[in-house]
Design a protein around this ligand. Structure first.
Ligand code: ADQ
Length: 465
């Protein structure tokens, strides 16, 4: 079996058999695949130095080399904060209004990808298979090919692919799509993302979509397919069962004093619809007075990308509205909102999801949203909670038995919340069972293996077609 080379923005913890329990399932799945096949996990170290970065630092553990590269301050500003997170992230989530395109940042993005290619190339062996993750690395494949890399290369996009009209707002859209076409396999989260990409290929790039699942564009012919990412369903179910008996879940339940619990778990990001979600909860309390004093919203939102102004703004807005709801409705013995800005160990978090009557997952746009899937897997089959899910999350395409909502419809989501909180047990069980069954079959290992299977079957050297 050929070695696997994984490239992602951050490299997971390197301790043998290690991990704190706080890292996500994705990291665990990649670790396992790497340990089985041997290989390299390559990415940014998370460190920013005042001057230029040096060679990759390598830590060998068993058959896996963990290779990380530092970034200079300029690289970090232009590549990571700049083009990746102030242009591609907002644009791919349909927020043209928040994009801040400059040629300087675009050049930084290309320069850093070329630098990463240069650092990765000497670590590769002839029969390696490369799996490159996410929007930070779209041009990496082209840089690698230019530097002489002949190995098979697949790319997977964790965020949505935007509709064609939105992508056209990106000044360098042609070169970006061309860079993507260098890969032998391009994976998207959903069929809808794939179709948006194919529409661009047909209408803007003058390319062709072949019946085999391949496309022909820019003189290249990659395979394009959707692979909805998932969770380790059995592991989440087990963690949540164990957590139920743990001290934290017991403390949470005791503190609720038999009130119903609605839970949201999201990185503090403007794509997650936190403002609209809080407004919907406010609508519930205003229009359904029976719920006052009887329900608590637990919103867990660890800050991310806090050096960007748009993220500082959303944090301030969420704090303001959460404070406003508590100021308006709280009693001396009840706060309607518990707002927490921190991370939790995975098991603790899964216990909180299990203790919840409603999972409120209402992003304005999301590639998949793993919290929605984790919420389902964490439920007690005898007494499952209800998932209220935005139709704009990739997960909505699979979790059709959730209560699907439009997060922009504040009153509609508030009314749906009332429905979720009063749903009869039979309906809760029925909806949950359909979703859980789906997640048992289509879990993280299924995702990883179908992607790897497609990559291994893909003809190498897309440019040759
Ligand atoms: P994210 O935008 O980060 O991921 P999501 O899919 O929900 O969003 O994954 C977040 C993960 O972090 C979940 O596993 C969750 O349990 C965990 N997490 C969140 N808050 C936490 C906390 N306070 N403590 C501990 N763990 C916490 C991107 C895309 C998504 C896509 C994923 C995977 O934006 O659309 O689903 O990648 O492809």
């Amino acid at each position: 079996m050929s070695r696997l080379v994984v490239v992602s923005n951050r490299v997971a913890p390197m301790r043998p058999g290690g991990g704190t329990g706080a890292e996500g399932g994705l990291a665990v799945a990649m670790q396992r695949a790497l340990r089985d096949r041997g290989g390299v996990w390559f990415g940014w170290s998370g460190k920013t130095l005042p001057s230029d970065s040096g060679d990759a630092s390598i830590v060998e553990i068993g058959p896996v080399s963990y290779a990380t590269v530092d970034l200079s301050q300029q690289d970090h500003d232009e590549y990571y904060t700049g083009f990746a997170n102030s242009v591609l992230w907002p644009l791919f989530h349909n927020r043209i209004d928040l994009t801040d395109f400059t040629r300087r940042d675009m050049a930084g993005y290309l320069r850093v990808n070329a630098m990463f290619a240069g650092r990765l190339l000497p670590l590769l062996q002839r029969n390696d298979v490369l799996w490159i993750h996410d929007y930070h690395f779209i041009p990496l494949g082209e840089s690698l090919r230019r530097a002489g890399c002949r190995q098979k290369m697949g790319f997977f996009l964790h965020v949505p692919w935007p509709p064609m009209e939105i992508l056209l707002a990106l000044p360098n859209h042609v070169s970006l799509v061309k860079q993507l076409c260098t890969y032998d396999l391009i994976g998207f989260q959903t069929e809808a993302d794939k179709h948006s990409f194919l529409e661009y290929i047909r209408q803007e790039a003058g390319g062709e979509v072949l019946p085999s699942g391949r496309i022909r564009a820019f003189g290249m012919s990659p395979i394009v397919k959707s692979f909805p990412i998932s969770i380790d369903t059995a592991e989440v179910a087990e963690l949540s069962r164990r957590a139920e008996k743990g001290a934290q879940s017991k403390r949470l339940k005791k503190s609720l004093m038999k009130r119903q619990l609605v839970t949201g778990v999201d990185r503090l990001d403007y794509t997650k619809g936190l403002i609209q979600r809080l407004e919907s909860y406010q609508h519930l309390l205003s229009n359904y007075p029976a719920f006052r004093g009887r329900v608590t919203l637990l919103q867990i939102a660890p800050p991310s990308r806090s050096d960007l102004a748009d993220y500082q703004r959303i944090r301030h807005q969420v704090e303001t509205i959460a404070g406003h709801i508590n100021g308006t409705f709280a009693e001396f013995d009840w706060s309607p909102v518990r707002y927490l800005n921190r991370g939790f160990k995975r098991q603790t978090l899964m216990g909180f999801l299990r203790a919840s009557n409603v999972g409120l997952v209402t992003p304005l746009r999301d590639g998949m949203n793993l919290v929605a899937k984790e919420f389902v897997a964490a439920q007690d089959p005898e007494d499952p909670g209800v998932l209220v899910l935005s139709r704009f999350a990739g997960a909505a395409r699979e979790l059709e038995s959730a209560l699907l909502v439009n997060p922009y419809d504040i009153e509609g989501v508030g009314d749906t919340l009332a429905k979720a909180l009063t749903m009869p047990i039979e309906e809760r069980r029925e909806r949950w069972a359909a979703m859980f069954k789906h997640l048992q079959r289509y879990d993280l290992v299924y995702w990883r293996d179908t992607y790897m299977g497609a990559l291994e079957a893909a003809p190498c050297g897309a440019a040759a077609a």
